[in-house]
Design a protein. Sequence first.
Length: 289
Amino acid sequence: MWRWPFIVSVLLALLSPTASESGPDTGLGFSPINEPNENAFTILVPTGWKSQGGIFRVNAAEMGGPLNALVAKCDLAFTSPDGMVMFHILPDIVYAHVGIGGGFWQPGSVYQGAVVRQLESAEQHLMSLFNYHHSQAGNAQVLKSGPLPWEIEALRRASAYSNQLLAQIGGQTMTSEFDAAAMMVEYTEQGVRYRSVMATGIVNQRAAMTWNNTRTLEFRAPAAEFDRWRPVMDVMRYSVRFNLPWVLKETNNQREQADFIMKVFQESNRIDQEMLAKSRVNREEIMND
């Protein structure tokens, strides 16, 4: 389950001005909004704001494998009527390590429904996300960035069951590793100077040779008005209330995911051994010739 409200609170403490520097109240009213697709949670949103997206599920058959179909994903954005202020929850995406399957799958190819991609740190991934979602941005300047040690520890606790299982089976080299970071960046888009804060976590599932971003969000507003909009972000992030039956159902997926990680690891190891055996046979044939 996401803990992105916690990330933003840490992010603001790390990157934003002090309370005495904050701008005036926006004077907006708020309305409770249900997550539209699965009623996963409710959130207070400024009255009149637009929403787009929500919880979605990936079809394993259509994506060429199950690695991105194991758990629910959320891509949900709330925007002001003029579109300039935005609160965006970004989905968790699973990637396969370069070298998976004995290196047969090259970077950019798809392995079991996951794109093969070099592992990135949390700060590197934030830049990748920014470049992807703001491809038209100009004069971008990173004001501040840094790790979120509190969130790294939270990710460790959330994955304690999986790591315990993997450690018992294969030792510490199979357990997952974690990273988390936040970034504040200013950029110009369609003639408007924006300030954006972004945060994400990274989970490196070494046993399955996969990695993914998690608990990723962005809040942006015109740079000159950013402090004025901070109270709105505070209200939104603290107002999230998850639907307990939905949470319990998704939590059970963690155990299923741990079992699947082991299956992927075993399959990848089998492929590696086949590749090695084939390479050995080829070398022997060359030597005989």
